[in-house]
Design a protein around this ligand. Sequence first.
Ligand code: HEC
Length: 130
Amino acid sequence: MNKALAIVSLSVWTLSATAAETPQRLRDGYARAAGLAPAELSVTEGEAMYRRDGGRGRQCASCHTENPRRQGRTRAGKLIEPLAPSGNAARFTDAAKVEKWFGRNCSDVLGRACSAQEKANLIAWLMSIN
Ligand code: HEC
């Protein structure tokens, strides 16, 4: 195989690998980025962030509801499928989608980006909900 072809195959492999993530792998990836082992994550902190008013009059729960196993609604009234993986198997299986929405929603609710530790804690909490 020549070098260019090897690089193309590697990128295709990388793309398909990131498209089929699991909540656990995403959680562990954010934990690693924060310099933490998965066992050092805080489910309590993840839940607290979800329910806390981010200082701009809203919370993650405003759209995703008090119970993330249930369907939520946007401010415009559009239905949002459940955020917890136990209520929606498609959650946390696509790294690009997860990053896109963490980006939008953290800045909307908190007025800043969420840290890797906050993302890892949130996923850890959502994974703990059965
Ligand atoms: C204004 C409404 C709204 C608020 C507030 C909100 N979200 Fe969301 N969230 C959405 C919508 C809309 C989507 C994309 C539609 C979908 O995936 O069902 C989404 C999707 C997501 C996803 C994508 C998960 C996946 O794998 O599909 C994550 C992660 C997420 N939100 C986290 C958060 C966090 C963390 C907060 C609080 C800091 C938050 N959201 C607050 C509306 C909101």
